[in-house]
Design a protein around this ligand. Structure first.
Ligand code: PLP
Length: 386
């Protein structure tokens, strides 16, 4: 017999029940959205319809564009529906990705392939934007922000004047503060200096365009692409992100040669892509419709406003006035606060850019959950407030 040193791989396979028991033990040790208080993450409990749609299609490879061409049709329709939310009434295309990071990497890659090798990024942009710029060797021009944690348009203009055309990343729903960059003003700067805009609406895409009438996305001529994530507020299981692109011509560099595949091509950064994410996204968009997601957005913002009032009553100050359901409370020693909260079964994240804790009001984060978050915060944060 071949002399192989065995470590964690069993030489003879374990019976199914033993494997499942081992996994159950691992699962039991993990915080659960409905059993604990997970109010810092952007994940939520997926809708049962989305889980069913995922199960129905998970084994089909969406990147076999010939055998499973129907999946591409569903994907195009899901993309068109999200495009409509982002105010692209015609011509948009794109793809379902594994999440916001992949969508952002793909968006910056498209810009580079269309000769925009410079990217304007604010510190409030999600880390995946700098990750993308690094992977793609793009020049990064750092842009200042205002006291309200949105892009400082005057600073952006100055930098665009100095450095010239590039892709500006604007965020609709910043990860740390729940703010929205002034996208209409950014569009004016972009027009003056030959820039285009990628809107990162990974979180805010299922909220802001449904609540606010100001121009926010594809109705602005320099917005060329956008990220919107079904696995955040779309109630779709992980992995599901969305990249929406203004035209087929802009999307073209994401169609790659794949010599061995029946269609001789594949779409996007991955090879095999599960049809489950596409089906789940399509199903939820059809089920919720515009009004369904709008109602969800209204409810979450109502809860966010009540939470702000409650937090203020206890003397906590939000770092910024949120426009999507994310609140950053500035607190010294945030790492200690987060660890202490976790020991009480309350899970929050850090704001990132400033010391403080972030609360994300996801669909499973009920009023009752929020009350418990505030009680735990009051308890832990005594004496730590900024
Ligand atoms: N963009 C924004 C604004 C985000 O908030 C996030 C995640 O928090 C991402 C992109 C990355 O998304 P994902 O974690 O799905 O890759």
């Amino acid at each position: 017999m071949l002399a192989i040193r065995m470590g964690v791989l069993p030489r003879h396979g374990m019976p199914i029940h033993a494997v499942l028991r081992a996994l159950t033990r691992v699962k039991e040790g993990l915080p659960h959205h409905l059993l604990h208080i997970i109010a810092g993450s952007m994940t939520t409990v997926p809708h049962p319809l989305a889980l069913e749609a995922f199960r129905m299609f998970h084994l089909y490879n969406a990147n076999d564009l010939e055998m499973f061409s129907e999946l591409r049709r569903l994907e195009e329709e899901a993309v068109a529906m999200m495009g409509e939310i982002l105010r692209c009434d015609r011509g948009c295309t794109g793809m379902i990705t594994s999440g916001g990071s992949e969508a952002n990497i793909a968006a910056l890659y498209l810009a580079r392939e269309h000769s925009l090798k410079r990217v304007y990024v604010a510190p409030t942009a999600h880390d995946s934007v700098l990750k993308a710029a690094k992977i793609l060797s793009l020049e990064v021009v750092k842009v200042g922000i205002t006291k309200g944690y949105t892009i400082d348009v005057n600073d952006l203009e100055k930098r665009c004047r100095e450095r010239g055309p590039g892709l500006i990343v604007a965020t609709m729903g910043t990860t740390g503060f729940g703010t929205i960059d002034p996208i209409k003003d950014i569009d004016e700067v972009a027009r003056r200096y030959g820039c285009l805009i990628h809107v990162d609406a990974a979180f805010g895409g299922f909220v802001a365009p449904l609540l606010y009438s100001e121009p926010l996305c594809f109705e602005l001529p320099t917005v060329i692409s956008a990220t919107i994530d079904p696995h955040k507020l779309g109630q779709v299981p992980i992995p599901a992100g969305g990249l929406i692109v203004r035209s087929r011509e802009w999307f073209e560099p994401l169609v790659f040669e794949a010599k061995y595949m029946p269609a001789s091509k594949q779409i996007g950064l991955l090879g095999t892509r599960t049809g489950g994410s596409i089906a789940a996204t399509w199903a939820m968009l059809k089920h919720m419709g515009y009004e369904g997601y709008k109602k969800q957005a209204e409810e979450l913002m109502d809860r966010t406003r009540s939470l702000l009032t409650l937090l203020r009553q206890y003397g906590f100050t939000p770092a910024a006035e949120p426009r999507v359901p994310i609140i950053c409370i500035e607190l010294k020693n945030d790492e200690y606060v987060i660890k202490s909260l976790a020991s009480k079964g309350v899970y929050l994240y850090r704001c990132g850019l400033v010391p403080g804790v972030r609360i994300v009001v996801m669909p499973h984060v009920s009023v009752d959950v929020l009350r418990k978050v505030v009680e735990a915060l009051v308890d832990v944060a005594k004496g730590l407030r900024v």
